[in-house]
Design a binder for this molecule. Structure first.
Ligand SMILES: [Zn+2]
Length: 327
């Protein structure tokens, strides 16, 4: 029988499940919306239904284990959620314990961005040999979308931390000023509060409040999201340009700090904001800013790549952990 890993990526909006073979191929996947405003048991049973579908699909296959990538913080060892901002009703829940009993399979669980880092390392942007750098030894993954998350894989191993919560890169403090924007973690001036999609829109709207009414009116008729802001900057809109100039500078400071900490040869950018950064040609600018700021020529030996696995990175990364632990 073919050996497979059953995997899940449980985010704030969607819960996705999949079946991955030992070559990193996603054989089957399905997804379902978390019930909006759902209770703890409604969310758990909704996610379990998707997991059951995946297990049912594997009837003629040998399931090695179940890997779950979840919007944390989550303790990778105990499998307990700790105040997850995007899945708040799951605070204190040990999903690993509940589902190991329900499914009869061993479960590994981890932060979704960490799992995505592992997926990209093994089967995505970590593999591209270019710029004279062969497949990655140390890969730093950043996801920039509604929030900012990340993960680090060093020579095949995920950097997990004592409690499985390492690389919360979005909450690295970038701006220590009094007027720094407040982050959803409660601190001020975190990378997430400066460069996430939500933050870009909020900073843009704040800036709009300061300008003349005529300018404001022309904008108020439009639904502003990050893509609109990137497009406006591309056409030379001064407000959009000034916001993005600051975003690029803050993101470059964040990546510079991370390059000094982890010395990656590959920095992989995932998430919706990263798609816009790539589309509108900002990646080279960021690379140049980081390369200009790091302390040695050796630190400059990295490239920045867009993520390759898209929404599947977490699922494929969760499968990598299954093969690593149970095979
Ligand atoms: Zn924060």
């Amino acid at each position: 029988m073919e050996k497979v890993a059953v995997v899940m990526d449980w985010g704030g909006t969607w819960v996705r499940a999949g079946v991955v073979d030992s070559g990193g191929n996603l054989l089957w996947h399905d997804r379902s919306l978390n019930k909006a405003g759902g209770t703890q048991s409604e969310l758990i049973s909704g996610a379990y239904r998707v997991l059951e579908n995946a297990l049912r699909w594997c009837e003629d296959k040998a399931v090695v284990g179940v890997g779950i990538a979840a919007a944390g913080p989550i303790d990778a060892e105990s499998g307990i959620f700790y105040s997850p901002p995007n899945l708040q009703v799951l605070d204190g829940v040990c999903i690993k314990g509940i589902w190991e009993e329900a499914t009869g399979y061993p479960i590994v669980i981890g932060n979704d961005a960490t799992m995505a880092a592992l997926g990209e390392y093994n089967y995505g942007a970590g593999l591209d040999p270019d710029d004279g750098i062969e497949s990655s030894r140390t890969l730093l993954y950043l996801t920039i979308s509604t929030g900012v998350g990340g993960g680090v894989v060093d020579r095949g191993k995920v950097v997990v931390g004592a409690h499985g919560m390492a690389a919360e890169v979005g909450h690295m403090r970038i701006d220590s000023g009094e007027s720094a924007p407040t982050c959803q973690c409660g601190n001020k001036g975190c990378l997430e509060a400066l460069v996430s999609g939500t933050s870009i829109v909020r900073l843009f709207n704040l800036e709009l409040d300061r300008v003349a009414d005529t300018v404001k009116q022309s904008w108020n008729e439009r639904q502003v999201d990050t893509q609109v802001i990137f497009e406006a900057a591309n056409y030379g809109d001064p407000i959009a340009e000034s916001i993005l100039t600051k975003v690029i500078a803050d993101l470059s400071v964040g990546i510079t700090n991370l390059v000094h900490l982890f010395n990656p040869d590959r920095v992989v950018l995932g998430g919706g904001v990263s798609l816009s950064l790539t589309k509108f040609g900002y990646i080279e600018t960021i690379r140049d800013m980081v390369a200009g700021a790091v302390m040695s020529t050796r630190h400059k030996e990295f490239n920045i790549k867009p993520a390759k696995l898209g929404d599947n990175a977490g699922l494929i990364g969760a499968a990598c952990l299954i093969w690593e632990q149970f095979e």
